[in-house]
Design a binder for this molecule. Structure first.
Ligand code: NDP
Ligand code: BG6
Length: 545
């Protein structure tokens, strides 16, 4: 990984300089790494950022000299922050050997400073505290884990009063990056008053997921896939995200964004761009991001007739009652914000001309019930007792975030075995599935002869289930992305022109939906979502996987 240094003159952030100018007489390895989590009292910091930092520390990925500061308005001292971190730690490391010792060592490096987000004076105080811990030289990383309306205040104050004077200063910015093209450009303009593009690390945590990293490996380093990766062999591609729970307390944020901005314009579109890009010149961040921008610019903006929106309503299942979206006290009554959307997008280039890229994203959707799955496998063999069902139901109610890429291939021309498939030739096409979560897996649906005399075919899976193949745990996306930001690797972060191209695809339709006040189709909590999604797929001759 290259370390891209950013020099700071007269206390304010300036344009990047070459690595050699980093410090006088001290190398990057000797300097202290300071990480400041701005918004340290919040949900994301507790749930993801501190656990990821601890995991990096546990695995020895942090440099010898590092210090972590939490910054927020809440009154707290160092000990209270440490308590929060240790109490809320639910990372993959928490059952490991020596975890408690390591945690103690980690917490000793964690400090807290309480301050306002728009106070230069408070950031100057933070600067003094950082200097006390840092020694001669430092590199500083700020993680903005705060609502977007205060991003610019923080960047201004931290930039002028708390940036490093002896090493680089980088800022990780969380989504949402605006609500549409205009607000996103305005945010970029404002951030660039205080930061160079190289200092801004716009995070999309989906790019840090293991299977998303593997997407390019699968395609570019296996001869069997890349030649098939075009309109000649691929009939459609689907990007599917579903959660089996509702907004649950995040309704305040969610209601002003909706599912298209929350999931499609960023997470799913980023994966689509990686999936469909041309071969980059190299694995260098700029080469990859150049290809992603080209794909996004080749896409036609989403049309209203190619979008379906839905919103979940309350539903009672036995003794369990699930609230509807507008029953959430943080959601305004009568809100028409979509919690579900399906969309068909097209890439107007030689490789993908005419291939529908379908997206589907929704909250409070049905997931494959474990109990049903086991029923189908076991019903013939065992008498299923009531308590087993209850136990399985308990697990079913676990929160699940499901995300998949499904690639459906064309029919085999003149298939010799077509009569074995009856009239439904769709059942005979190959499908490649990358399950990003849960239970990471890659499987390829193939046609196979059922063993025995005679000729009967069935659909089987060539299945790479990660938990069966690899013993090592999969790191959380935030671990990978934090490490990349520390190491100056920008490949998995979003460049401003990428962001601009992404918004251009969705802003017109979002404006139209809002101006026309188009009401979402209601679907019951825990169902498969609005039936309109099936009509949309059928219109493009697609069947959801
Ligand atoms: P929170 O709402 O928990 O806010 C983080 C902290 O910011 C709060 O603890 C609070 O700290 C401060 N804060 C909250 N509201 C305001 C306000 N109106 N004005 C000033 N300060 C405020 O956010 P999250 O932790 O959930 O998310 C942080 C960022 O990450 C957001 O941009 C969010 O969109 C993004 N994100 C969050 C995800 C999640 O799962 N939570 C997932 C993906 C992205 P204090 O009062 O102590 O100053
Ligand atoms: C966030 C969205 O970006 O991603 C949330 O704001 C969503 O609404 C979350 O729940 C899903 O992330 P993951 O990694 O749990 O699938």
């Amino acid at each position: 990984y290259p370390l891209n240094a950013v020099s700071v003159q007269n206390g304010s952030m300036s344009k990047p300089l070459a690595e050699e100018t980093l410090t006088s007489g001290s190398t990057a390895e000797e300097s202290t790494l300071s990480i400041t989590v701005v918004g340290a009292s919040g949900d994301l910091a507790k749930k993801k950022i501190f656990p990821a930092l601890f995991a990096l520390f546990y695995e020895d990925f942090l440099p010898e000299n590092f210090v972590i500061f939490g910054y927020a308005r809440s009154e707290m001292n160092d000990e209270q922050l440490r308590n929060i971190i240790s109490r809320t730690l639910t990372c993959r490391i928490d059952q490991r050997e020596n975890c408690a010792d390591k945690m103690e060592q980690f917490l000793k490096r964690c400090y807290y400073h309480s301050g306002q987000y728009n106070s230069e004076e408070h950031f100057a105080e933070l600067d003094s505290k950082l200097k006390e811990k840092e020694g001669a030289s430092s590199n500083r990383l700020f993680y903005l884990s705060i609502p977007p309306n205060i991003f610019v205040d923080v960047v201004k104050c931290a930039g002028t009063r708390a940036s490093s004077t002896s090493g680089w200063t980088r800022v990780i910015v969380e989504k949402p990056f605006g609500r549409d093209s205009e607000s996103s450009r305005e945010l970029t303009r404002s951030l660039k008053k205080y930061l160079s593009e190289d200092q801004i690390f716009r995070i999309d945590h989906y790019l840090g997921k293991e299977l998303v990293e593997n997407l390019s490996v699968l395609r570019f380093s296996n001869l069997v896939f890349e030649p098939l990766w075009s309109r000649n062999y691929i009939r459609n591609v689907q990007f599917i995200f579903s959660e089996n729970f509702g907004t649950e307390g995040r309704g305040g944020y969610f209601d002003s964004y909706g599912i298209i901005r929350d999931i499609m314009q960023n997470h799913l579109l980023q994966i689509l761009a990686l999936f469909a890009m041309e071969t980059p010149v190299s694995l260098d961040a700029e080469d990859i991001r150049n290809e992603k921008v080209k794909v996004l610019k080749s896409m036609r903006p989403l049309q209203l007739e190619d979008v379906i929106i839905g919103q979940y309503k309350g539903h009672t299942e036995g003794s369990i009652s699930h609230p509807g979206y507008t029953d959430d006290p943080t959601v305004p009554k009568g809100s028409i914000t979509p919690t579900f959307a399906a969309a068909a997008l097209f890439i107007n280039n030689a490789r993908w001309d005419g291939v529908p890229f379908l997206m589907k994203a929704g909250k409070a959707l049905h997931t494959k019930k474990l109990v049903n799955l086991l029923y189908s496998k076991l019903i013939h063999y065992v008498l299923v007792c009531n308590w087993i069902i209850k136990a399985l139901d308990f697990f079913d109610n676990y929160k699940t975030h499901r995300a998949e890429i499904r690639v459906q291939f064309r029919h085999v021309p003149g298939n010799l075995y077509r009569r074995n498939f009856g009239t439904d030739l769709d059942k005979a096409t190959n499908e490649l599935v990358l399950r990003l979560q849960p239970d990471e897996a890659i499987f390829l649906k193939i046609n196979n002869k059922v063993p025995g005399l005679g000729m009967r075919l069935d659909r089987s899976d060539l299945n790479l289930l990660y938990s069966a193949r690899y013993r090592k745990e999969i790191p959380d996306a935030y671990e990978r992305l934090l490490l990349d930001a520390i190491e100056g690797e920008r490949r998995l972060f979003i460049r401003s022109d990428e962001l601009d191209a992404a918004w251009s695809l969705f802003s017109p339709v979002l404006r139209e939906l809002e101006e026309k006040k188009i009401a979402p189709e209601l679907y019951p909590y825990g169902s498969r979502g609005p039936v309109g999604a099936h009509y949309l797929a059928a219109k493009h001759n697609v069947r959801w996987g």
